[in-house]
Design a protein around this ligand. Structure first.
Ligand SMILES: NC(=O)c1ccc[n+]([C@@H]2O[C@H](COP(=O)([O-])OP(=O)(O)OC[C@H]3O[C@@H](n4cnc5c(N)ncnc54)[C@H](OP(=O)(O)O)[C@@H]3O)[C@@H](O)[C@H]2O)c1
Length: 250
């Protein structure tokens, strides 16, 4: 797909991979819109990149999603690319019973329900536009779960499955459906918990991840596998078992 001249919405674009994508898309000559819940992060991103358009919005909330669409219909009718990037990651211990359930409900809403509903809401706007696309950011953990974050991994597995079906359904339209599949990336995602469990490898940078995603988009690779995610997705049954044990028994 063409990487310039687009109007692109990136959910959760105020930090991490979303912000790195926003900066790269700006450099390539696109109009870029970002949204997130924390106004201060959006304003900080805009201070660094004055051409960004920002909107405070909680994509897990029905009213938030509707007001996002209204803003775009009123001011950015040319929008042709939606990047479903907003996400959270939580450790959830089911041996405690329902204590952690609240966290997991929210995780399902943000990581899975939001991309599903947003793609439905935005499909009419994207239809008929040149170079239109939906880009879902899933994870290598869609393929081999880390069991301390069971709901996170399941939401990403669901997003992978959904991306395949959506791509197939929308092939009758001009909207291409991409899935970017990062490995561990050094961002704020669940950073406190990563440090608390003594993790020392924080992965590749958000900037490197964004470069890989744009390279994949340019080549029309519908499943953009980055770094270690290639191994996780393509592992044999034996690789799966060995890697699962390695990832979950440290
Ligand atoms: N880091 C990794 O190792 C890794 C690996 C594979 C995949 N990913 C995926 O990459 C995506 C980006 O994560 P990241 O690593 O860049 O972490 P991040 O820096 O924490 O970015 C997540 C962004 O999502 C926004 N967000 C969260 N909930 C939201 C909501 N309800 N409405 C709107 N925005 C919301 C956050 O902003 P607010 O809190 O201000 O709303 C934040 O800007 C996620 O989908 C994540 O699952 C990350």
């Amino acid at each position: 797909m063409k990487l310039s001249g687009n109007t692109i919405l990136i959910t959760g674009g105020g930090t991490g991979i979303g912000l790195a994508l926003a900066e790269l898309f700006l450099k390539e000559g696109n109009e870029v819109l970002i949204c997130g819940r924390r106004e201060e992060m959006l304003l900080e991103a805009k201070k660094k990149n004055p051409k960004l358009h920002v909107k405070v919005c909680d994509v897990s909330n029905e009213n938030g999603r509707k007001s996002l669409l209204q803003w775009i219909e009123a001011e950015f009718k040319n929008l042709n690319i939606l990047v479903n990037n907003a996400g959270i990651q939580r450790e959830i211990d089911f041996t405690k019973g329902p204590a952690d359930i609240e966290k997991s409900v929210n995780e399902i809403k943000i990581n899975f329900e939001s991309p599903v509903v947003l793609s439905a809401l935005f499909t009419p706007l994207l239809s008929g536009k040149e170079n239109s696309a939906i880009i879902n950011i899933s994870s290598g953990l869609a393929f081999i779960p880390i069991t301390i974050m069971p709901v996170y991994c399941a939401t990403k597995a669901a997003l992978h499955s959904y991306s395949i079906s959506l791509r197939h359904q929308l092939q009758k339209t001009c909207i291409k459906v991409f899935e970017a599949i990062p490995p561990t990336v050094d961002t704020d995602l669940d950073q406190g918990a990563r440090r608390a469990r003594g993790q020392t490898d924080f992965g590749i940078s958000a900037a490197e991840t964004a470069i890989e995603i744009l390279n994949g988009l340019e080549k029309d690779e519908f499943e953009i596998l980055i770094g270690g995610a290639k191994f996780l997705m393509n592992s044999s049954k034996t690789d799966f078992e060995n890697t699962f044990l390695l990832m979950n028994n440290r």
